[in-house]
Design a protein around this ligand. Structure first.
Ligand code: ATP
Length: 342
């Protein structure tokens, strides 16, 4: 099966072609770069409006080129270049999601193929499960607008722990905006932290949940009070990633699972991956982090999960395909796994 995936929840206008027979993924992305400050929803939506036709066009040209000439010749009408169209249905910024949803609906109707609505957070974790081959991992989603620890049980991914306030990447981005660095801030925190000495900042884990707004405010204050920014970046990384690692370890321990996968753009950070790998190593668990192109927002993960859903018959009627900007991962019935799989 060949699936066109379209992603556009916030900053990344992306299209992908996934071929489930060869397990190959082609991704074409165009990132929105704010001129100043953080992501502005109206500007991001304008970016989607401009960029989606071009990334989709590139990927469809690729799909079209793959169609065998005989296939075309033997068919009374032209074969569709893909077997389904999958799109990021939420969570995300409403104005962006509406553009991507409209594009996906129009394409599915024009090509006369099924439409699949994919939960962006479930896609972030399923790409890790798919590429690792793990059967029942605990999943840490460390992305811009979110932070969740999830595990599958009885037909759904259950949220075992999550942020009580801001997303983990957004906390880093808000700090870097305060010190005058351009968006996105996470990579800049990573490079400056390498030059810094650890400075103490709040560490907030409550049971299985974490909070990032206090540490972000304290980091801003520390810089205002004269602490070198490199030291604050180091303190931010050590504390924020230790919080995520602590909860991931508790989730492994409480569920008795021995596999961990990482998802989300913050997962591109070497220090976070190192902490998680070391924790897993110490408890004899397996750890998998996908390559960066599958960690940050991308349509590859939408196309891969879209193919699994389409194969399971989990498709949407156009009139019921509205977007959901607050679409939680635990709202999604997992149709693409056997009921008995853990
Ligand atoms: P979500 O997936 O929850 O909708 P999102 O759309 O903002 O969030 P992602 O692409 O998953 O997107 O992640 C983007 C975030 O990743 C940004 O906050 C960015 O600062 C952060 N990030 C990117 N690279 C790094 C890095 N090397 N270290 C830390 N954070 C990083």
């Amino acid at each position: 099966m060949r699936v066109l995936g379209i992603e556009g929840t916030a900053w990344c206008a992306s299209a992908a072609l996934y071929d489930s027979e060869t397990d190959s993924v082609v991704i074409e992305s165009d990132a929105y770069q704010p001129e100043s400050g953080g992501i502005h929803p109206r500007e991001a939506a304008e970016h989607m409006r401009q960029a989606i036709p071009s990334v989709v066009g590139t990927v469809l040209d690729e799909a079209d080129g793959d169609i065998d000439a005989d296939e075309r010749g033997s068919s009374s009408r032209q074969a569709a270049p893909v077997d389904a169209v999958a799109f990021s249905r939420g969570p995300g910024l409403g104005p962006c999601l509406r553009i991507v949803g409209s594009a996906a609906r129009a394409l599915a109707q024009t090509l006369d193929v099924p439409l699949v609505g994919v939960n962006h957070m479930v896609a972030h974790l399923e790409i890790g499960r798919h590429r690792s081959g793990f059967s029942a991992p605990v999943c840490l989603n460390a992305s811009g607008a979110n932070a969740h620890i999830l595990a599958y049980r009885n037909g759904r991914y259950r949220v075992l722990g999550e942020t009580m306030d801001t997303g983990v990447g957004n906390a880093l981005d808000k700090f870097t905006r305060h010190v005058g660095w351009s968006h996105p801030g996470g990579p800049k925190v990573e490079s400056h932290a390498k030059e810094g000495e650890y400075t103490d900042l709040p560490y907030v884990v409550k049971g299985m949940d974490f909070s990032f707004s206090g540490i972000m405010s304290a980091a801003k204050q520390a810089v205002d009070d004269g602490e070198p920014v490199e030291n604050v970046c180091r303190g931010l990384e050590e504390n924020v990633f230790a919080m995520l690692t602590e909860v991931a370890e508790r989730a492994l321990s409480l569920t008795g699972r021995d596999e961990l996968v990482l998802g989300g753009g913050v997962g591109q950070n070497d220090r976070l991956r190192g902490m998680l790998a070391e924790m897993c190593d110490q408890r004899g668990a397996d750890f998998y982090a996908p390559e960066p192109r599958f960690l940050r927002d991308n349509a590859g993960m939408i196309a891969v999960l879209g193919a699994k859903m389409a194969e399971a018959g989990d498709t949407l009627a156009v009139e019921e395909s509205g977007i959901d900007s607050n679409f939680r991962p635990d709202e999604v019935p997992v149709t693409w796994r056997t009921p008995e799989s853990p």
